[in-house]
Write a protein that binds this ligand. Structure first.
Ligand SMILES: [Ca+2]
Ligand SMILES: [Ca+2]
Length: 219
């Protein structure tokens, strides 16, 4: 029982259009939403290492530090690509790219064990003379300002900076990946470096407020 989502179909078409710029001959024939979870019903079916907590009045998946969480989906309809959209919350003092006692701070996304995104995030201040750059929206290593492309940058921290706004950033990450098999696994994980703190999980962590997965048929 699959539900076509026409709003999503339109947004995927626009996304593809942007991806292929001027000379795209691909056409999106079908998009079927197969998984849509904002965790408001506490549904952790199909999720390995799933747990929930309240962040800023919202039930979210997490929190995690030095961990992986895996979503396994089976009995997929026929398709040749997958669209994954993740609303990712990065809490407290992520350092981005620097190679020192505090970084780099990696976060990654894999589909069936293959890397889709392997990047760093920074919640750190950025002044003209001192800036802890992040790689996102590119893969590591690239130099982008902290919070580049964040959907929201003024949320409170979760632990170390729970009394300060601007210490959780929210990103909506959308990826379209070639895929044909009738099952898939999506892995989210981190590799944080925190030799500068006695309490790592309070210093840096992440959680997920929404995951959506669609199968696509692109011709
Ligand atoms: Ca830090
Ligand atoms: Ca760090």
């Amino acid at each position: 029982m699959y539900l076509m989502n026409h709003i999503s179909l339109k947004s995927t078409f626009l996304f593809l259009l942007v991806l292929c710029s001027f000379s795209c001959e691909n056409a999106l024939e079908e998009e079927i939403m197969i998984y849509n979870n904002d965790f408001s019903t506490a549904d952790l079916n199909f999720i390995e290492n799933g747990r929930l907590f309240e962040f800023n009045g919202d039930t979210v998946l997490g929190y995690y530090n030095d961990e992986e969480v895996v979503l396994n989906l089976a009995s997929l309809p026929e398709h040749n690509a997958i669209k994954v959209t993740i609303d990712l919350l990065l809490h407290d003092s992520w350092d981005g790219n620097p190679e020192n006692v505090g970084g780099p701070d990696f976060w990654y996304l894999e589909l069936d064990g293959q890397s889709v995104l392997n990047t760093t995030f920074s919640n750190s201040p950025c002044e003209s003379t001192f800036c802890l750059y992040q790689s996102y929206p590119a893969n590591y290593p690239r130099f982008n300002n902290p919070k580049t492309e964040a959907l929201s940058t003024d949320l409170p921290g979760r632990c170390q900076h729970k009394n300060g706004n601007g210490w959780t950033s929210l990103y909506r990450i959308t990826k379209i990946i070639n895929h044909k098999q009738n099952q898939l696994s999506i892995t989210l994980g981190d590799d944080l470096k925190q030799e500068n703190t006695p309490e790592p999980i309070c210093d840096e962590s992440w959680s997920v407020s929404s995951i959506q997965v669609s199968t696509l048929t692109i011709n």
